[in-house]
Design a protein around this ligand. Sequence first.
Ligand code: DGJ
Length: 741
Amino acid sequence: MGIVYNEKAKEFHLFNNEISYIIKVLENGHLGHLYYGKRIKHREDFSHLLEIRRRAMAVFYYEGSSFSLEHIKQEYPSYGAGDMRYPAYEILQENGSRITEFKYRSHNIFKGKKKLEGLPATYVESDEEATTSEITVYDEVIKTEIVLSYTIYEELPVITRNAKFKSFYEEKLVLMNAMSLCVDLPDAKYEMIELTGGWSRERHIKTRKLEHGISSIYSMKGTCSSSNYNPFIALKRPNTDEYAGEVYGFSLVYSGNFLAQVEVDTHEVARVTMGINPHNFNWTLKNGEEFQTPEVVTVYSDQGLNKMSQSYHKLYRTRLARGYWRDKVRPILVNNWEATYFDFDEDKIVNLGKKAKELGIELLVLDDGWFGARNDDTKGLGDWYPNLNKIPSGIADLSRKVEELGLSFGLWIEPEMINLDSDLYREHPEYVLRTPNRHLSNGRNQYVLDFSKDEVVEYIYKMLEKVISESKISYIKWDMNRCMSEAFSQGNDSEHQGKLMHKYILGVYKLYDKLTTQFPEILFESCASGGARFDPGMLYYAPQTWASDNSDAIERLKIQYGTSMVYPLSSIGAHVSAIPNHQVYRNTPIETRANVAYFGTFGYELDLNKLSDEEQEKVKDQIQFMKEYREVIQKGTFYRLTSPFEEKYTVWQVVSEDKKTSLVGFYRPLQEVNTSYKRVKLCGLHAEAEYEVSINNTVNYGDELMNLGLSISDLSSGEFTEKYDGTNGDYHSRIYVIKQK
Ligand code: DGJ
């Protein structure tokens, strides 16, 4: 298992127990693609899989032959030398030509996986976990090489890919496009799944049938992968569901402008490309310079969407997230944002801390408004020192006071942004991204700092380093609340402008790297107006992400369900907030708010001092429940059972690794009457073992629960005989605890 190169057939076979991927060096030296999918038996020669038929109106490589690049599946195709479809890359040369020809030159197969310089990526802890092949292709005319890297994990149906360009050419080259991945799939009978939405309705699942032409999603927001489209697509067969059937997942480890596209040609080949968005990207390469693309992580499953998601969860939880917090259960927190917004002072925060401690909470997070002249969202961004009018003791003393209460202390920052009304702007107006002689638009009254300049990143780092190192800080929420506009790096030349969008994101990664290296025990949570930067790039630095500003339990069902398509529960920031909910004014029972928020990194986002005595008792129980089960929730295997996008009720389940404990979350937004009896088939249990099921108070064998199902019938299956108790009407939910006897 791993990667086998067959010298004679010039073929690479990447395989493990579950998947195979086959590459062939074609007769003209280009890299051809033979197969990607379920594991097939290894053999010395797969040449018979190559299909070459003469087709009319094609452009042929050799006179009198059938060899046309338009009709051969390729690994990293170019445009204009026979293939007329969208390419994997494009290089503009000084003479104006974009024609290139990269041919196989050499390869290097090794155990393990290399780091990507300056970029987040999945990794291995021991070289035995994966095998990598670096295949170098070379263009003789422009003396440029591309190293195409493929890593296959041993125990997961995962292949990662990236490409690195290096020029040895005396003339200047401009990379106009450099995708991380291209795969030519031999047929197009797929539906494309995307995670789409907007602010407060992030990562809703949308599915569309592939048709001739292009289906694509993208970000051109500059600062983020965006809440409009997550950098992920999946191609599933029409009959694939959560439990069975074929699906390919493609997930880009990147936080900026991206493009994911599937082009179906009129011969039904589906070409998937994914990488940095070529729009607004012109990367000049000079002699000796390199360009490294981000990584794409592909997962293949023939056991439905749950299996695909579980493969991503495992990989991203244990081999993308890193550091001190990777394997630890996450602290239960209270965040003051929805409790106070900007209207707080030191006493309010300390009082919130006191109540939090009494209820069992572990971490107090001070959100926006603690710094500079920040009393509303028009001022202060950029001035990362305490607002002494609000916090007279300063952050250092406040953090100590909170620690003395027996809680950890966390702080909100938004390092990439600036208000014009700030000391930073008055001192360094040149730090702002803005096009000379043009109007400058704002977002939330704020402007974007030029993180493409090392000097700016360093300046912000120093300010943050000071406040963090002077204080007792255990957690940082790194927020980012606007997209780029009129972006231009002041004082830099036109070459720099072509690199700006990507360099900005590299600057963000640089600051994350510096802070997480300097403060390795701080838990980082990324955030961008809620979940506008919930992407694998962020998870490399910050193991959890605030999923959405929408904290309503019913809205959260869709958001968290969609998020789980790729991201593990340990990464999904989810809190109980006040009612009426601040985004949709819905009143849901406190039980349901918690029952949804448990399936993530749990916390509260409300004024605990305003809770009634009865509610406080409930909150205490909730915290105790989460402490007991967070290990199972955050590290277990997650199954989506019924979808909020398709069904009247949502059910999901998590199972501990040893299969002895499982939690089933049942959520029913609207009550019904005199309906059918209901069962839902569970997953992942020991068939032969006996399990005690809470609520129903029954003992069931695992095979009963998995084949017959868990009974979720309630009073809605007949006449109403019970009284309304505040929870058994609309917005009702239950958590079934299932334990092996
Ligand atoms: C947007 C975030 O999503 C919120 O949670 C909060 O931190 C605000 N920003 C603060 O300005």
